[in-house]
Write a protein that binds this ligand. Structure first.
Ligand code: PAF
Length: 299
């Protein structure tokens, strides 16, 4: 996702640095540019790329796309990229990333949001832009600031239709509930998103997990950006029918998943409110067991 946003921003003339821990990816981008594959063909962008913060200097806008488990470490190491007016944008999946960034870097810097864009790394220096859809962003502290509007305009100019929103909680919860319904279930079963709806058993579990999560959001008085959570998650699963969810991709690649920031966040918030979330809890436990099997067998 970082490569996708970086490639598009570089293509419209912005000065972009990509910072990644993957040396092969950075080397390939430096040598041949960054290839973005879509159904319409392949384009090459030429952002600068490095594995070393010291190459970059201070930036106007820092966009964080690491997996949720790495947000705190990324924020702590990113401090040296910040000038007095640097804004920090997160479009990551999961709940709690914006809070961590606000804690480490200062809440007035933070802008958070969601995106329906989808990207997959095909090989070093080459990504697939597999899904297109709206991006929504909002100030961590709320309100529509001039910089929020500027960043929405910038992302839109780069090809990511983006709206500036007054409040982030409805956005983040809206996306959280979608990920809580789809991601763990697809990772456990190995099914593509669309199959979770076609198969009666997984559809039932999806509906149970989403209903629980929606009850937690209601108890927190979050106004979700849709009326019917189960219908919305079903719609997203059908719209992304051929996707292997990001959590399924994480397990396949023997990476730690974002379960703690997705279904884990629902379970924690439910417990804080005195509500039960047993289906989300079971999804968390099953993913943890699979992580133990897949991730520790690689270590
Ligand atoms: O994490 C993901 O995979 C995506 O957010 C979504 C929307 C579930 C589509 O696969």
């Amino acid at each position: 996702m970082g490569s996708l946003f970086g490639a598009r921003l570089a293509s419209v003339g912005e000065s972009v640095w990509l910072l990644d821990t993957s040396e092969p990816h950075v080397r390939a981008i430096r040598e041949k540019g960054l290839a973005v594959v879509t159904t319409k063909g392949e384009t090459i962008a030429f952002p600068q790329a490095t594995t070393d913060y010291a190459d970059i200097g201070t930036v106007d806008l820092l966009i964080i796309f690491v997996k949720s488990a790495a947000t705190r470490a990324a924020a702590e190491s990113a401090a040296e990229l910040l000038g007095p007016n640097t804004a920090v944008l997160t479009l990551q999946n999961g709940y709690g990333n914006a809070q961590v960034l606000a804690e480490v870097l200062g809440k007035e810097r933070v802008i958070a949001g969601t995106t329906a864009q989808g990207a997959t790394l095909l090989e070093p220096g080459r990504i697939l832009h597999g899904g297109d859809g709206l991006t929504h962003i909002g100030e961590f502290c709320g309100g529509i600031s001039p910089r929020l509007q500027q960043i929405a305009a910038l992302l839109s100019r780069a090809g990511f239709a983006t709206t500036a929103e007054n409040e982030i909680a409805p956005l983040l919860w809206g996306k959280l509930i979608i990920n809580a319904g789809i991601n763990a279930l697809s990772a456990i079963t190995g099914l593509e998103n669309g199959k979770l709806i076609e198969c009666g058993e997984t559809r039932t579990i999806l509906e149970m997990a989403v209903s629980e999560a929606a009850k937690v959001a209601a108890a927190l008085e979050i106004q979700l950006p849709y009326d019917d959570p189960v219908a919305e998650v079903t719609k997203v699963a059908i719209a992304t029918a051929k996707n292997r969810s990001s959590m399924l991709q994480d397990l396949d690649a023997a990476r730690i998943t974002e379960i703690d920031a997705i279904n884990g966040a629902i379970v924690r918030e439910a417990a804080r409110l005195g509500l039960a979330a047993p289906v989300n809890q079971v999804l968390v436990l099953l993913i943890k067991a699979l992580e133990r099997k897949k991730v520790s067998s690689v270590d």
